[in-house]
Design a protein around this ligand. Sequence first.
Ligand code: LLP
Length: 424
Amino acid sequence: MPQIQEFSTTRTDIAGISVYELASQFGTPTFVYDASVIQQRVSDLAQFDVVRYAQKACSNIAIVDLVRQSGVVVDAVSAGEIHRALLAGYKGGPGEDGTPQIVYTADIFDQMALDLIAEHDIHVNCGSPDMIAQLAERVSGAHITLRLNPGFGHGHSQKTNTGGEQSKHGIWFEQLAECKALADNAGLTISGLHMHIGSGTDLEHLAQVCGSMKQAALEVGPSISVVSAGGGLPVPYNSSQSYMDLDRYYELWDEVRKSLESEFEHSISLEIEPGRYLSAESGFLLTEIRAVKEMGSNRFYLVDAGFNNLARPIMYGSYHPISISPRNGDSREDQAVIVGGPLCESGDIFTQEEGGFVASRQLPKAEVGELLVIECAGAYGSVMGSNYNSKPLASEVLIKQGEAHLIRARQSLDDITRGEIIPS
Ligand code: LLP
């Protein structure tokens, strides 16, 4: 299990490269990823037979390629993510060990996704009964996985809870027999079951899934050869949070696996599907302070990144560690500040709590032109970026073995208007 994280409010470098050097080479705002952190997180999960990266957390093809080279397979939730997986070197169909390299997990198909699935022989994890019949119309004799909603869920926010009656995700557990009949009639084999109850949950809730999975697998029977524990592994975003006990988590799943193996008399492959756990801590959003404003008793640092770059604070009230990079490396006194962005919307505040309540943070004194780094931004950061206020998507940089590589060029103003047409 990784060590407890300590977050400092001063930062001079990322993966050994000075933040000022990174900012002068790539500009701001820029997402910077440390490859070694992703590789370390992959190796933390080595006990599981299969680690499948939920690329929705950070889907730049250089990151997807990096996890591929670390022996991880991939999940895709859309045609776009299948396209990314293919560009990053994954193939459709089973790999050498029989494990599908790419699995499409969703609650619906759109035409584009169905076309790619049929063309590249992509394994499908069905999140609704309708998908079973729709897939059978396009491909014959396929093996499928069912994503089940076990009737309960839990996430770091109500918006990331994917189980229970209020969730649109997965097949309701009581419809399993009906789906088995649907698959049988359509000539599809249910070879896997999957449950993902939410993102950023805890061991207690994740452990409950084991019992539901065992029961569901016994109901389907020996055609099951894969069980997937889904994603959801939390990471600490501040010093009071800790890592989950991965050994304990593995043990719980291993018990399920062993009991199914003895029941079915064949081996069962145990998958895990993390997004956040692999990429969150690798990512840093590098920004420049462009204004220091006093508003009555409040002091604001306004930086050149906004919720168009990192939406987690405005969407969930998420806390991200923030650090300042004093230009001369000198030590500074802390002061209470509110950190906001450039957008023409008052919710464009990085230091806010759920419900939009603005909070202040103790950060070192800083001046216009100095750098501010928003940390743990590698999961659900750049991927949730938008062009709101016609702001270009930020550039992305990957640091690998001490070298910084541009992996996404900052958008130009023409990129923003591409595809728009003024009718003649
Ligand atoms: N598998 C499935 C089927 C999922 O729906 C998700 C996340 C994952 C795996 C990966 O979950 P993770 O290991 O990253 O927790 N935008 C939110 C998170 C939304 C997660 C959606 N599904 C955030 O910024 O916290």
